[in-house]
Design a protein around this ligand. Structure first.
Ligand code: AMP
Ligand code: TRP
Length: 342
């Protein structure tokens, strides 16, 4: 990997790779649990973020909507502060190495392993009319994404743990036969803000696949944010204190306020403890607005700047292709695919 795009620091920075599907709206949960940390990670790690459009087509997509969703996703990455000079952002489908390595790794993955994947079981139940082979081999494509970039760390939510384990198994299996071809990746799980809960059912995770009023979208306007938080389910008491078991709604709002304002839970209780839920909820809403407004402003500029988006997309694809070709070349040699001398 001596010539890849990593900085030539004496000690190479660890590589972080993550993929996000360009489907649905990103929520405050995605922001607090994932995107908010991306600009922080880019200071310390060599980060690669892929808009995984090929994963998205395992379920039927409207073509125009999918294209738009991919650009929106890239614009949001840029709007939260990812700098394309430091962090590689690209579309998965622009780098053919993903599909190529995916195929090779298919030949190193067992049906039994894929049959055990809980996401496959869930998605097949949900899309019973379209249980396609792509849905089945989805985790192998994800393994290819990760292994193609010789990734050290993969920031993911708990639901992707099983897929990451499979990627590790495939890497180890391949390395056992051919020598150290792949870096075996580790998961990177975050501690604080890891679970933002639904505003209507605060014992459930906030999710973009639930009804509108249960989540705040990253692009919701101020009035919508105020309205949704005002209507958030709480309890019949009147004190603001952190007690996730008995007061899940209030505790969730406290966590949000704490992460976004930097106030500790104790400070929040001492300021809002007895002043009633109305004033507390106003403070939560304002903290969300304050966090999201600058991102929305940048987003609105970026999404209309087609030339800039095109440039980031093209340069990202070139850099990603360059890195991926190195891994793929090695894999091809190892498995015995003849090199084509052009
Ligand atoms: P998903 O939207 O499930 O594909 O997740 C994309 C990223 O956002 C993952 O890193 C998740 O862990 C994170 N994420 C999604 N929903 C939440 C939530 N309610 N709270 C915290 N993090 C979340
Ligand atoms: N499967 C992941 C999800 O549904 C998205 C994904 C695809 C991914 N490729 C990846 C995540 C590689 C991390 C690394 O959320």
């Amino acid at each position: 990997m001596e010539n890849d795009t990593r900085t030539t620091d004496v000690e190479k920075r660890k590589r972080v790779f993550s993929g996000i599907q360009p489907t649905g709206t990103l929520t405050l949960g995605n922001y607090i649990g994932a995107l908010r940390n991306f600009p922080i990670l880019q200071q310390e790690y060599d980060c690669v973020y892929s808009v995984v459009d090929m994963h998205a087509i395992t379920v039927r997509q409207d073509p125009a909507a999918l294209r738009k969703a991919c650009l929106k996703m890239m614009s949001l990455y840029l709007a939260v502060g990812l700098d394309p000079e430091k962090t590689l952002i690209y579309f998965q489908s622009h780098v053919s190495g993903h599909a190529e390595l995916g195929w090779i790794l298919d030949c190193f993955t067992y049906m039994g392993e894929l049959n055990r994947m809980t996401q496959f079981k869930d998605k097949s139940a949900k899309h019973a009319d379209n249980i396609n082979a792509g849905l089945f081999t989805y985790p192998v494509l994800m393994a290819a994404d990760i292994l193609l970039y010789q990734t050290d760390l993969v920031p993911i939510g708990a639901d992707q743990k099983q897929h990451l384990e499979l990627a590790r198994d495939i890497a180890q299996r391949f390395n056992a036969v051919y020598g150290d071809v792949f870096v075996v990746p580790d998961g990177f799980f975050q501690k604080v803000g890891a679970r933002v809960m639904s505003l209507q059912e605060p014992t459930k995770k906030m999710s973009k696949s639930d009804p509108e009023e249960t989540y705040i979208a990253m692009l919701d306007d101020k009035d919508t944010i105020r309205r949704k938080i005002k209507r958030a389910v709480t309890d019949s008491e009147a004190d603001v204190r952190f007690d996730p078991e008995n007061k899940p709604g209030i505790s969730n709002l406290m966590s949000i306020l704490s992460v976004l304002s930097g106030m500790s839970l104790e400070e929040i209780t001492s300021v809002y403890g007895t002043s009633g839920y109305g004033r507390f909820k106003d403070a939560v809403a304002e903290s969300v607005i304050e966090a999201l407004t600058p991102i929305q402003e940048r987003y609105n500029q970026i999404i209309t700047d087609k030339a800039y988006l095109q440039k980031v997309m093209t340069e990202g694809a070139e850099k990603a292709s360059y890195i991926s070709r190195k891994t793929l070349g090695k894999v091809r040699r190892k498995v015995g695919l003849a090199a084509l001398q052009l």
